[in-house]
Design a protein around this ligand. Sequence first.
Ligand code: FES
Length: 108
Amino acid sequence: MKEFVIGNTLEEALSLVPEGAIKKIKIDGKLFGITRRNQEFFVFDAFCPHRGASLIQGSINQKGEIICPLHQYRFELKGGKVKAGYCPDLETYPSELSEIGLKIKVPI
Ligand code: FES
């Protein structure tokens, strides 16, 4: 796992990922998804563990789940547990918001 910082300040990190939006981050050629609810960020694999659809095109529901656009399987943002569907859980990665931006740790 390697640590990266997104943005240079807390405010910049918040503005780069608008509430409820799903953004992509590319690090060393690997894509990750990122979203947030209030000041809590969630970083996850960009591709669905079912058949590999792009979760960047997915949506977030009121329960804090990401919904895959292809077969509508649902995964908890916190921890990636599959909530609807039959496939492995979604890989999620730690993040921490601070005054210097958003720190994320991803397997690069
Ligand atoms: S590819 Fe995501 S639910 Fe099937």
